[in-house]
Write a protein that binds this ligand. Structure first.
Ligand SMILES: [Zn+2]
Ligand SMILES: [Zn+2]
Length: 70
């Protein structure tokens, strides 16, 4: 597998879209693993601060509503 941008040696896989990225092309992006409501009723997000990101895809911060699926 090669970096999807420059065909270089990949250091990992984008957490959002699954493409391989190398040292030069990746970027850090907060990655929300899950959201839960605590005892105080305030929603909290469990976030990975520096998730590996390919820099190309545009992950949404929250799940998108899909009314057409209802
Ligand atoms: Zn690259
Ligand atoms: Zn990506």
């Amino acid at each position: 597998m090669r970096c999807h941008k420059c065909r270089g040696e990949p250091i990992g896989i984008c957490q959002f879209c699954g493409r391989a990225v190398c040292e030069r092309c990746h970027g850090p992006l907060p990655f929300i693993l899950t959201i839960f409501v605590g005892k105080d009723q305030i929603p909290k997000a469990v976030v990975v601060a520096d998730a590996l990101w390919c820099g190309a895809c545009r992950p949404q911060p929250e799940p998108l509503p899909m009314p057409e699926m209802a």
